[in-house]
Design a protein around this ligand. Structure first.
Ligand code: CU
Length: 478
């Protein structure tokens, strides 16, 4: 059987019926990709998501309250687009946490569907992880508590309710969660207004400016690229260093990011925190869910220079190649720096367990699978002993479909040993929680399960795939 788009639609519909149309206006019929509705690139300013303010501070914890609610967002100038929000903001407000200080967030669900909030990259106990069946029902509230005992890092929080996570995240349920460490400030990296979170994603807008969504949307269908909710914005920067927290918050789009001038992006951090040392890169590849922090010194450009952040990934086209533009202003006094040593990564250990995980597409059921099966909350797929160091060999055998896959482990960070038999570079040498597993390729990673015991997920972070069952669970016991 040859797979074409028609077959995939059929197969996708069979696998994803329960998840399709859980929300209003999620129909494909209304869809009519209209790039004409998007403004010309670089015609709207970048906006920065608001910082969430605690409602209460105690000596050991910051307490927040968030209502998860419908709202509208001005994605296109002058058009109110219905979205789902954390507290009315699209994307969600940024939460700043301090290492060693607890964060407690009470979510009230004012939507008509269940939600669960996952802290992506958080080392949190299993009952705080936003397990897909551990939902907050409409009208209900619950509190998540995060201990923030991990290194400073760019994390994000997003919906993870069973089978509706793809559509809920797509419609807006995602925000940045930044763990800071007082020690980090000693490094002298750019901070304050020069520390900028950039949440990258794509959307499909219909002729009325509503978000179109289907589990079988193709990357090309979602042809409007957003940064912090604005289409291909411009950003006025001073001639000085900036720390850019690049986050791929797309459901399915990959970003291969570079500067139009050819100047390097100096990578300083990966999913789980600072790299050992800065690594200049021409291109930074981020699959869905991955983050990388880079420093760009805009003092290297003459005032008036326009520097475009481009996506040169194979799936980017003329409409989506430009992500945003930096408009360089006057040179400014700059006391920031990028030190030659950023952190100490522990040496790799000797693993005691080798595991293999196969990602594939099942022609019979039409589902994306993990080890030949789709997600079953009543089944434990891997049993792990607390404290063990393991090698995971992840193979992408899916060559029948046009899908790419990646792998996200909950509750831990890992180190990538190799991809397709070769060592990895740049941000992939640091702590990772999500890694690209290319078509027909494989990844080996090393992970030590010494954060928490309990049941955690591992899944493809192309969220249409996880919603369709490309997800499994591990149980960590002493
Ligand atoms: Cu996938």
């Amino acid at each position: 059987m040859t797979l074409n788009r028609r077959n995939l639609i059929k197969l996708g519909a069979a696998a994803g019926t329960a998840a399709c149309g859980v929300l209003p206006s999620g129909t494909r019929a209304a869809a009519s990709p209209s790039p004409s509705s998007a403004p010309a690139p670089f015609s709207v300013p970048l906006s920065v998501p608001p910082l969430l303010r605690p409602v209460r501070r105690t000596p050991t914890a910051d307490h927040y309250e968030v209502t998860v609610q419908e709202a509208t967002a001005e994605i296109l100038p002058g058009v109110d687009t219905p979205v789902l929000t954390y507290g009315g903001s699209f994307p969600g407000p940024t939460i700043r946490a301090l290492r060693g200080r607890e964060t407690a967030i009470r979510y009230t669900n004012a939507l008509s569907l269940p939600i669960a909030t996952h802290l992506h990259g958080g080392h949190v106990p299993a009952d705080q992880d936003g397990y897909p069946m551990d939902t907050i029902e409409p009208g209900a509230s619950r509190e998540y508590r995060y201990v923030n005992s991990q290194p400073a890092a760019t994390l994000w929080y997003h919906d993870h309710a069973h089978m509706s996570e793809a559509e809920s995240v797509y419609r807006g349920l995602a925000g940045a969660y930044l763990v800071h460490d007082p020690l980090e400030s000693l490094l002298g990296l750019p901070h304050g207004p020069q520390d900028v979170t950039l949440m990258l994603r794509d959307v499909r807008l219909d002729t009325e400016g509503r978000l179109g969504f289907s589990l079988i949307d193709e990357v090309a269908d979602r042809n409007v690229v957003l940064v912090n909710g604005r289409p291909q914005p411009y950003f006025r920067v001073s001639g000085r260093r900036y720390r850019l927290r690049l986050m791929n918050c797309s459901n399915g789009r990959h970003f291969a990011l570079r500067l139009s001038t050819g100047d390097p992006l100096v990578q300083i951090a990966s999913d789980g925190g600072l790299l050992a040392a800065p690594v200049p890169a021409g291109t930074v590849l981020l699959s869905p869910g991955e983050r990388a922090e880079v420093v760009v010194d805009f003092a290297a450009f003459a005032p008036g220079t326009a520097v475009v952040l481009e996506n040169v990934d194979e799936e980017a086209d003329a409409a989506t190649r430009s992500v945003m533009r930096f408009d360089v202003g006057a040179r400014t006094a700059d006391f920031s720096r990028v030190p030659s040593k950023l952190s100490v990564l522990p040496p790799l250990r000797t693993p005691t367990v080798n595991r293999k995980v196969v990602m594939d597409f099942d022609l019979e059921s039409g589902g994306v699978t993990m080890d030949g099966r789709t997600f079953d909350p009543d089944r434990i797929d891997q049993r792990i002993r607390f404290g063990d160091t393991e090698t995971w060999h992840i193979e992408n055998r899916d060559t029948a479909t046009p899908f790419r896959h990646n792998m996200h482990l909950h509750g831990v960070h890992f180190r990538v040993l190799e991809r397709n038999g070769k060592p990895v570079h740049g941000h992939e040498t640091g702590w990772k929680d999500t890694v690209a597993v290319p078509k027909g390729g494989d990844v080996r990673l090393q992970v030590t399960f010494d954060n928490h015991t309990g049941r955690y997920l591992y899944h493809c972070h192309l969220l249409e795939h996880s919603a369709m069952g490309m997800m499994a669970q591990m149980e960590i016991n002493r």
